[in-house]
Design a protein around this ligand. Sequence first.
Ligand code: AMP
Length: 405
Amino acid sequence: MKILVLNCGSSSIKYQLFKMEGDSWDVMAKGGVEKIGLKGSFLKHEKENGEKVLLEGEILDHETGIDYILGVMLSERHGCLKDMEEIDAVGHRVVHGGETFNSSVFITDEVIAKMESCIDLAPLHNPPNLKGISAISSLLPHVPQVGVFDTAFHQTMPKHAYMYAIPNSLYTKYGVRRYGFHGTSHRFVSKRACEMQGVDYKSQRIITCHLGNGASIAAINNGMSVDTSMGFTPLEGLMMGTRAGDLDVGAVTYIMDKELIGTQSASVLFNKHSGMLGVSGISSDMREIQNAMEQGDVNAQLGFDMYTYRIKKFIGSYIAAMGGVDILVFTGGIGENSVITRQAVCSDMSFMGIVLDEEKNQGIRGIEAEISRPDAKVKVLVVPTNEELVIAQDTKTIVDALKQK
Ligand code: AMP
């Protein structure tokens, strides 16, 4: 089965074409369209052999963007398909499924209407996701489509974990509560960690740290997400590349008053100019922070110390929430590659059973590995995430089940 996975953002579309057979899979092509509707839009396409192609063009909307993607896949020079009919299904990343979606779904008109009702919760993210779905409906009208939600995995959180201590009417009227994000990644790496350890997913207490430009941490008990650090929006929780993470709401209103800014500017301030970038004044990128730390930059060091301290605090609180932990997982660009981040997070945690094998940790970048000491109570693992693969797998499962009917 050939499955096209699409991740449609406001001005970009990332894609991967998977060939799935049984449990095995291959990426036949991948790439992205950028600057949709802006000057200088282009398509970057990577073939199965790693060869890269850059195509510039007037890509004014998502439908044109997807048309470009299908065009390059069918082209004689760069393509991997002979006929559009070869695409058996399309899987879409959808950011917000609200309380409506607790798993991936086959997309029907009814589902689209429900997705539209979630727009209010993610006004920047859900509309482009829906544009991608509508573009496929018109370009590939007979191809089944599946939606995979960032929030779905966290729908198992108990009410005491997802409610905010604000008047209940704000939840009932507007749905203000913790939803959590990166669910596809937390689900994938926690399951994969259990496969690596040869243990039953439904019997483990797992903490997954997804540390990329965006960052979140999740507590997974017996195969279910029971808490996560991102909240109503992806702004809450850990310190991130450019997001502030947890912040006193009193400080937010105080800053807005002092700086004479409204909600839009405040949102930009705390989402785009804060976090590692705001504290270091250098960059949101961990590699640049690490380089600056090596040069003795105190603000970069402060950013790093705050970043790792927060992760440590969350780990402690999730161990308390689950009454212990069996597996701790690092993933995302920073979790998979930053040796010193893993080192700092796991330092002085032996009283909780977390002890890194420092030598093993040193050598691990972007590959699956166990990095805890063999005698440590808690297994610490690096598991590269693969959200596109989960979307392809969910799409295959749902489409296969439909065919059985
Ligand atoms: P992601 O959003 O998952 O792609 O992660 C991006 C983050 O991973 C950026 O902050 C990068 O600096 C960081 N990253 C990628 N490679 C490395 C590396 N070798 N060492 C430290 N951080 C890295």
